[in-house]
Ligand binder design. Structure first.
Ligand code: ADP
Length: 489
């Protein structure tokens, strides 16, 4: 099968969140299974020079955006069995930021989506399936269906769209979007492109894609409700027969405590001794009191309201009244930067917070902590809890989205479980569950060890998810029957 991925970020080239991990890991897995997989992302100024130096110029052309014509270069790099294309335009992507700030996001990503579609005949790649990811690629299925699908080259191509986070939709003024993408007035009704008086790139994809997926079965259900639906729940309910939840995997080579070059000592599920050394090294590195008996609770992720940080704010004094250390790595909203900076000063030697993007430190935190806290308000899939488990760090999560699908709370009666969970978005529920986890950490070392082992032995490979995507691609192309999403797979 010929598969084209379009996304706004992708490891190892550029990453702000889990989307980059997913695209960067799934594409090579599909390629390994024998598919012709190509990926298109913008050529940002952030992409390290080592990759840029390896790129080869394929072609360039002009993209018409309203009355403007913009240069669009296609650069290419081959790696891991995948052909990676980079859409080059210095005005749009040569900036010091990846998202936001400029106020012309509709034009940057409108250009990207049109550039992707225009490039295909010029690079001689006619995919069977275009798999677009998140709102920045949302106009790919929409433009394809509206303006390209009648042309012979584009006729048989099917569109699948993956929601990695429904909160980010790409909402703009209709006039502005019409100005750059030339979509006539008759398209701006609420069954097509219009969305609460605005243009909405994500909604456009939800209307025009042949199939929609999101990154966990629970999130696929949740987003059909008003609480999680971000005002698109009605549309998602209407499309529920084409809406599938496919759980993400991990790059298990990259996140492997047995071979990880970033951590102080290697370890395996059978011999976990190296984890204690990782803990000691982490305490030293971050200026925490070096004490093997104090449990360290870790958090790695965007400092956004999504991640449940308000709950931590609410009970931080109660939490720190326990014998515990807290480590936070993340970038984001200033209120949370302030919170954790304050906590670091207030609880010297017991709280450490770093506000940078540092993947080496992230690995050392996953390895060096005892518990990993993720009390998200909503969580499409969440990779961090899976990474933590792979490193024998016991997750404490809220039962939502992908957290619910990957972490099963320890049941003292049946002995089942691989972590600790709570259901309500409530700070004291979270605190009590952290206290419950600490009780097992201190008093039940054997049970603790079992939880660590179960986490480390979990199957986080991409193979299963990749097979599910292939099943959906084949179904779209009419090669096999598609199952109804409400049936268990
Ligand atoms: P989201 O996609 O909502 O940001 P995920 O849990 O799905 O959350 O993925 C986040 C990924 O980004 C994980 O691999 C996590 O380790 C990584 N990450 C987040 N913030 C940082 C940071 N400041 N430094 C290093 N890695 C980070």
């Amino acid at each position: 099968m010929k598969i084209l991925f379009t996304a706004s970020e992708c490891v190892p080239f550029v990453k702000t969140g889990g989307l980059a991990d997913v695209v960067g890991a799934l594409a090579p897995v599909l390629a390994k299974q024998g598919h012709d997989v190509r990926v298109m992302i913008p050529l940002y100024a952030h992409i390290p020079q080592t990759y840029v130096a390896r790129m080869e110029h394929v072609t360039d052309f002009e993209v018409q955006l309203g009355w403007r014509r913009q240069y669009c270069g296609i650069e290419k790099l081959e790696d891991s069995g995948v052909t990676w294309y980079f859409i080059d335009n210095k005005f749009y992507f040569g900036r010091s930021y990846i998202y936001g700030m400029g106020g012309d996001e509709y034009e940057r990503f409108g250009f990207f989506c049109r550039g992707v579609l225009n490039a295909l005949p010029l690079i001689g790649f006619q995919p069977d399936v275009i798999h677009a990811h998140d709102w920045q690629s949302g106009m790919v299925p929409a433009l394809h269906k509206i303006q390209y699908a009648h042309l012979p080259f584009y006729m048989g191509i099917k569109d699948i769209f993956t929601i990695h986070n429904l909160q980010y939709q790409g909402i703009f003024g209709i006039k502005e979007v019409q100005d750059v993408l030339g979509l006539g007035d008759t398209l701006w009704t609420n069954d097509k492109l219009e969305c609460f008086g605005c243009a909405n790139f994500l909604k456009a994809a939800l209307v025009y894609a042949d199939l929609i997926t999101t990154v966990s079965p629970s999130y696929a259900e949740e987003i059909q409700t008003a609480y999680y639906g971000e005002r698109l729940d009605g549309l998602l309910r209407a499309r529920r027969h084409q809406l599938y939840g496919v759980l993400n995997g991990l790059d298990v080579e990259d996140y492997n405590p047995a071979t990880d070059p970033f951590i102080a000592a290697d370890y395996t599920p059978e011999n976990i001794a190296g984890k204690a050394e990782c803990k000691r090294a982490l305490q030293e590195e971050l200026g925490l009191d070096v004490d093997p008996n104090i449990p360290i609770v870790g958090m790695v992720g965007r400092l956004s309201n999504q991640k449940g940080l308000d709950l931590v704010d609410y009970i931080i004094a109660d939490l720190m009244a326990e014998k515990v250390q807290l480590v936070v790595l993340g970038m984001g909203e200033s209120r949370y930067v302030n919170l954790f900076s304050w906590a670091e000063g207030e609880y010297r030697g017991r709280v450490a917070a770093r506000f940078t993007m540092d993947s080496g430190l992230a690995h050392r935190i996953y390895a060096g902590c005892d518990m990993f806290l993720m009390p998200s308000q909503f969580e499409p899939c969440g990779l961090s809890q899976m990474i933590a488990m792979r490193y024998g760090t016991v997750p404490i999560v809220r039962e939502t989205g992908g957290l619910r699908d990957t972490v099963l709370s320890y049941n003292e009666f049946t002995g089942e479980g691989n972590g600790f969970t709570f259901f309500n978005y409530n700070a004291h529920d979270m605190l009590h569950v952290i206290q419950r986890a600490m009780k097992y950490y201190h008093d039940e070392p054997e049970i603790w060890r079992t939880l660590q082992e179960r986490g480390m032995n979990g199957d986080y490979t991409w193979d299963r998810s990749a097979a599910k995507y292939v099943e959906l691609y084949r179904g779209m192309l009419g090669e096999t029957a598609l199952r109804d999403p409400s049936e268990p797979d």
